[in-house]
Design a protein around this ligand. Structure first.
Ligand SMILES: [Zn+2]
Ligand SMILES: [Zn+2]
Length: 244
């Protein structure tokens, strides 16, 4: 299979961005540690809440919906960051929009970063969401298995979204990535290349399940026009075609 265009710039832009900042490293490790604790708490609540096979069966659609929601959110956030604002936008510009813009200028750069760094923003976001959910659930949990499973799948998928995205840019992703891609549980390089070739569309970067629906309905394009602003990610340069 030909390498997608997004893999051809694997080192451009990566140089000079891999210096280890000890403060950032501590923040990345701390966020992941908190996430692991939160996931363990949810797993514990699932195990104590299961009451027969019926609950076990309902865990399957719950997990599916959790991953589906993640795919949708990945697409909406990606679209917003590619389309509106720029690196100088207050609050969100530096931490949320800039990585997406950098990714279009140097798509392969993310393959040079470690897992902690690639997933850190998503890790912080999902740690906050789980923290709020667990706090609302209270110390004496009595939630349904369906809800806990949904939350567990959602959290895992959110955390792994950028790892999955990175796999789509690697010329030789690990065996587990290729297995998940074959099962349709992780977006493939060929699927994701559509976004980088066109510079728009196919914004979902977890499984890509919702890309056909969002692209055909053109709902995001309609919202862009309603918003009255359009900025193509990575500037206004056209993306290289896959067969250039
Ligand atoms: Zn993009
Ligand atoms: Zn990409």
């Amino acid at each position: 299979m030909r390498e997608p265009p997004s893999n051809r710039h694997s080192s451009r832009g990566a140089r000079g961005t891999n210096r280890v900042d000890p403060v950032r490293k501590v923040a990345e490790i701390s966020a992941l540690a908190i996430l692991v604790i939160e996931l363990a708490v949810i797993l514990g609540r699932i195990s104590t809440s299961i009451d027969g096979w019926r609950d076990v069966v309902w865990m399957v659609p719950a997990a599916f919906l959790g991953v589906l929601l993640t795919d949708f959110i990945s697409g909406v956030v990606h679209w917003l960051c590619d389309t509106f604002g720029d690196e100088t936008t207050p609050i969100l510009g530096r931490h949320l929009i800039a990585p997406f813009r950098e990714h279009h200028r140097a798509p392969g750069a993310m393959t040079q970063h470690g897992m902690l760094r690639v997933n850190h923003n998503n890790c912080v976001g999902i740690v906050i969401v789980l923290g709020v959910c667990l706090w609302l659930d209270g110390p004496e949990p009595d939630g349904p298995v369906f809800g806990y499973t949904f939350l567990l799948a959602f959290a895992c998928a959110v955390y792994l979204t950028n790892t999955i995205h990175r796999w789509a840019h690697q010329s030789q992703p690990p065996a587990v990535a290729r297995w998940l891609q074959r099962l349709g549980l992780a977006i493939t390089a060929a699927h994701h290349a559509r976004h980088h070739v066109a510079g728009r569309g196919s914004y979902c970067i977890t499984t890509g399940w919702l890309n056909p629906l969002l692209d055909r309905s053109q709902v995001l394009l309609v919202l862009e026009r309603a918003g009255g602003r359009r900025r193509r990610a990575g500037g206004r340069r056209p993306m290289r075609r896959i067969d250039d």
